[in-house]
Write a protein that binds this ligand. Structure first.
Ligand code: VG1
Ligand code: CO
Length: 559
């Protein structure tokens, strides 16, 4: 095969957000659009791209096949030596991270827009992960973006056709060099990793029951995303869970027209089934690419991701991996409620607070200072890979339940009794007018810069909140000392309550405003979060004048 140089012109806005470049499928389908971006990803690797091996795969959404064909042809022409591709293009985000690490690759290209809807009218996405298995850091995504603004040609091998429906190795000669494509089973390596972390025998006994314990019934909802293939192998085949304990496990390129985001709004089917059928002891759902998880207990008892992180931190002794590897520090993203901080304090572990996005955990893990971390956005994970990991989180919970022989609700109640409870809720206002959202953020920026804001107070429903700190969160990475600014407007009150405002960096149209509300109670730990937090929610709307700026009466999603 011979490669050719194709002239092109830059496209505006190829700027990776919180987690990769996400746009409508139609945008990626424009002539040269995807080609440009792939060429820039490779060019950002400079000389290292030559002779490298890359992992390629994604959640199987519409445009996956087309984009993999483009990646194969551009990689071949750019002197990449080898691509390892998931069969049918499928790889969950955690599996990509796992494969990069086990095969010691230069990196991976993840084809997903994660929890965003898929299909021809919806979103596609491309994300680059580096050699540690984690999302490219800001420096690299900035480099990629700079390249996309200057690109004027790309290299491609137009006649190279390569099937990736079945596992196997294929060799090609491209411009006189060897180019290899290895198609792998998407699950094999990942399941090996999970078996090295958890005690599958114990988990199987938990699920199937024993002489002393009845079966523990799970209901797993893959929401038509990529986790279906992992759930089938791990839960149905390895752990022997019965066939009807897993639903929507065939990956569909439009996710069956649902929004593959595991929360109380978009995973409502699962929540309703578990609420109405007392047979189920645990319900879990994942997003399209399998890095997010939602855990609910019997009768749909909801575990907030912030609490999930804290409970896992408090029970790492139930998981063989941590017994073998020891435990270092814990971390959470800034908007995540601080429940895990209390566990860190008690266990005398280092605790880190990083900006939103999994890329900020990587350096700490590589430096051996971080074992377990999470985000309020249904992300939980550890240093076994460098991505959050939905299936891992469910296996972690099952390990804890097996060990403690308690229900999810009882585990949480015990935890709150010991540590107190961080009530947390997030209000999302999706697809707002961008200009209105920007104006609201500018208004908040003015407020935090006004010296009178400190010690000002807000009263709602008989509760008074005094502002102690008001700022825009910035972060210095403790390892490489890189600075990250403008990561969210914060109002920290004297009683420890917090209000945080951010604009989402994962949407593909308009602006999504996220308002995070967090309040700590030492003794009143079993109330309804929405009721407890109502006064703070009202104050959040008052401070931001969100309704006035956006015209929105209600959020689109509450988690
Ligand atoms: C959101 C979440 C963030 C998460 C990111 C990627 O980002 O808030 O916590 O890391 O999605 O998750 P944003 O900028 O929209 O708030 V995933 O599963 O979509 O890769
Ligand atoms: Co995801």
């Amino acid at each position: 095969f011979k490669s050719v140089v194709v002239p092109t012109i830059p496209f505006e806005g190829q700027k990776p957000g919180t987690s990769g470049l996400r746009k409508k499928v139609a945008v990626f389908m424009q002539r040269h659009y995807t080609e440009n971006f792939i060429q820039c990803i490779l060019d950002a690797q400079k000389e290292k791209k030559k002779g490298s091996t890359l992992i390629v795969g994604g959640d199987g959404r519409y445009f996956t096949t087309q984009s993999i064909n483009i990646i194969i042809r551009i990689a071949a022409a750019n002197e990449v030596s080898k691509l390892i591709i998931g069969r049918r293009g499928l790889l969950s985000t955690p599996a990509v991270s796992c494969l990069i690490r086990t095969h010691k690759c230069l990196g991976g290209i993840v084809l997903t827009a994660s929890h965003n809807p898929g299909g021809i009218r919806n979103d596609f996405g491309i994300k680059y992960n580096i050699d540690n298995g984690g999302p490219a850091p800001d420096q690299m995504t900035d480099d990629i973006f700079d390249l996309t603004e200057k690109i004027h040609e790309y290299k491609i091998t137009p006649d190279l056709d390569c099937d990736f429906q079945q596992p196997g190795v294929q060799h090609f000669e491209v411009d006189g060099r060897d180019f290899t494509v290895e198609v792998v089973d998407p699950v094999d390596d990942y399941v090996q990793l999970m078996k090295s972390i958890f005690d599958f025998k114990k988990l199987s006994t938990l699920i199937n029951g024993s002489e002393t314990r009845p079966p523990f019934n799970v209901l797993i909802d893959s929401m038509n995303g990529v986790t279906g293939v992992y759930v089938r192998r791990i839960f149905l085949e390895e752990l022997g869970s019965n066939q009807d304990s897993a639903v929507r496990i065939i990956p569909l390129d439009n996710f069956g027209e649902l929004h593959p985001d595991p929360n109380l709004t978009y995973a409502k089917d699962l929540v309703d089934r578990v609420r109405n059928d007392p047979k189920f002891d645990l319900g879990a759902a994942f997003d399209g690419d399998g890095d997010r998880n939602m855990i609910i207990g019997k009768h749909a008892f909801f575990v907030t991701p912030s609490d999930s992180l804290a409970v896992i931190a408090n029970n790492l002794n139930c998981i063989p991996y941590f017994q073998n590897h020891g435990t270092h520090g814990f971390a959470r993203s800034m908007p995540t409620a601080a429940a895990v901080d209390r566990v860190a304090k008690k266990l005398n572990k280092e605790m880190f607070e990083v900006p939103t996005g999994w890329k900020y955990f990587g350096n700490l893990m590589d430096a051996g200072r971080l074992s377990l971390c999470g985000e309020e956005s249904f992300g939980t994970g550890s240093d076994h890979i460098r991505e959050k990991d939905g299936i891992w989180a469910v296996l972690a919970w099952l390990s804890i339940i097996e060990h403690k022989n308690m229900s999810i609700e009882d585990i949480l109640k015990e935890h709150w009794k010991q540590y107190g409870r961080n009530y947390f809720t997030r209000y999302d206002y999706e697809e707002c007018d961008s200009e209105a959202a920007n104006k609201m953020m500018a208004h908040l920026e003015t407020l935090i810069n006004d010296p009178n804001t400190i010690e000002s107070f807000y009263i709602n429903a008989g509760k008074t909140y005094v502002v102690k700190v008001a700022d825009n969160f910035s972060y210095e990475d403790p390892i490489d000392h890189s600075q990250t600014k403008n990561q969210g407007i914060r109002f920290l009150f004297e009683d420890g309550s917090r209000l945080i405002y951010r604009l989402s960096g994962t949407g593909s149209s308009g602006a999504t405003i996220r308002v995070y509300i967090d309040s700590y109670e030492r003794s009143d730990t079993t109330a309804d979060a929405q009721i407890i937090l109502k006064p703070l929610v009202n104050i959040a709307l008052q401070i931001s004048q969100l309704k006035e700026f956006t015209g929105r009466e209600e959020p689109t999603v509450i988690t």
